[in-house]
Write a protein that binds this ligand. Structure first.
Ligand code: SF4
Length: 290
């Protein structure tokens, strides 16, 4: 679950539903972490076999995963890192293999009530071939596509953007770059930095309509926020209340005080207050830019 640490959507398993055929949109190939993978936006792999996805869960209707929109949320299983605070640890590993058609059928069952689909996890970009096929099918339905990601698979993001299969990306940045690999326990900072650059460029050029950096903030880690804010000073920033174990989460008013030090508008997400836009002392942060 990206935006991890605070529960907005919880995956539930949907009943099977099937049977849609989608035209072939594109064929190509891209490079993942260690291998070159060919992809197809049809829900068959390029080798012609029926395409499967390692499924994590499904929320038929969510009003919290895409601000201002009703969407359904598809959770894909698996993640290469292990955040101690992950609220979806049950889908970080294991297998629940479903056909692409079955997942499309779930989305279709919500079609009349939604304007888009958000992919979360786990890490949805880890299943590049399946995600591209699903996003292609969903775009063919006339729906918007959003992806919540930890940024560890920049090639998948680049492919989705290149094929115009994604409208919104929410990228987690978990710490200052110097601390990243130590925190994530895997060497990934270069990949996350590349994802950030790809998404920012896509947003600035209009290839995606929405891009936000999300900080999930836990008490004791407040000093990470100014650093991350500086790194992404020209994109939307969300400070999200982190919830872990018995540690009291930062309250909305505490998060506002932290935001006051940034001299920029932010959005703040908390369990108690939902999501708010916060400008703090606008005169002060405008003056700080003069
Ligand atoms: S990056 Fe992976 S382990 Fe960390 S919160 Fe997201 S899904 Fe969980």
């Amino acid at each position: 679950m990206h935006g991890k640490g605070i529960i907005f959507s919880i995956p539930v398993i949907s009943s099977p539903d099937t049977m849609i055929r989608w035209p072939l949109l594109a064929l190509g190939h891209f490079t993942t972490l260690n291998t070159t993978v060919r992809y197809s936006t049809e829900h068959r792999s390029v080798s012609g076999r029926a395409m499967d996805v390692n499924f994590g869960g499904f929320v038929p209707i969510s009003t919290v995963d895409w601000r201002g929109k009703a969407v359904c949320t598809v959770f894909l299983r698996g993640c290469p890192v292990r955040c101690t605070y992950c609220h979806n640890s049950s889908i970080l590993s294991g297998n629940d293999i479903r056909s692409i058609e079955e997942v499309i059928g779930m989305v279709k069952s919500s079609r009349l009530l939604i304007s888009g689909v958000v992919f979360s996890g786990g890490e949805p970009t880890m299943q590049a071939e399946a995600l591209v096929a699903l996003a292609g099918a969903i775009k063919n339905m006339g729906l918007l596509v959003g992806v919540q990601t930890n940024g560890v698979y920049p090639d998948t993001l680049e492919t989705l953007i290149g094929l115009s299969l994604v409208d919104r990306i929410a990228l987690d940045i978990k710490a200052r770059w110097q601390r990243y690999d130590n925190l994530m326990k895997v060497p990934c900072v270069d990949r996350v930095q590349r994802s950030f650059a790809i998404c920012r460029a896509a947003w600035q050029s209009g290839k995606i309509s929405e891009f936000e950096v999300v900080i999930t903030l836990f008490r004791g880690y407040e000093d990470e926020v100014p650093y991350i804010s500086h790194e992404c000073s020209d994109v939307d920033l969300v400070i999200q209340q982190g919830v872990q174990g018995n540690i009291p989460p930062l309250s909305c008013s505490e998060l506002k005080k932290i935001a006051d030090t940034l001299n920029r508008p932010v959005r703040i997400r908390t369990r108690e207050g939902g999501e708010i836009s916060y400008e703090g002392n606008r005169d002060r942060w405008i003056a700080s830019k003069r």
